[in-house]
Structure formats: structure tokens, C-alpha cells
Unconditional design. Structure first.
Length: 74
């Protein structure tokens, strides 16, 4: 594997519950009420990054914060 560019974005939210972490990149997954969100944002971002040889993952501590880590080919 060659050089990579890493972008890390951390929020100050409440973290993602463990039972949801594996679902957040799935199409149509949302925690919003019916009709208030499509649940496509992270799924589309994930698919676009994979198509370009990039990677996105999340590290989260429930009750503290979440960090999204994007790795791009340099």
C-alpha cells in the first residue's frame, strides 16, 4: 500500500451506540422518524470513497464523541 492522506473529523456529540455502529453505512439506515430523513448520506459517501480506493471508518465512545477517519490514496 502506498502513501495515504488521512482526514480525521471528531465531533463533540454523545457517540454512537454500539448496536448502531455496524449499521451507519447501510443504505436507508436512519435514527430519524419516518419521513424526516432518507438515511443515504453516509451510505453514499462510503460507496463513493470505496469506488475511488479510499476508506472511511468511525471510532466512537458512547456518551463522549465520534471520530470519522477518511483515508485517501496520495
Amino acid at each position: 500500500m502506498g502513501d495515504r492522506i488521512v482526514i480525521s473529523v471528531k465531533d463533540n456529540g454523545n457517540g454512537i451506540p454500539k448496536n448502531m455502529v455496524d449499521k451507519i453505512f447501510q443504505p436507508f439506515f436512519t435514527t430519524k422518524p419516518t419521513g424526516q430523513g432518507t438515511g443515504l448520506g453516509l451510505s453514499l459517501a462510503y460507496d463513493i470513497m470505496k469506488a475511488h480506493g479510499a476508506d472511511i471508518k468511525v471510532e466512537t465512545k458512547e456518551g463522549e464523541s465520534s471520530t470519522f477517519i477518511i483515508q485517501l490514496q496520495a
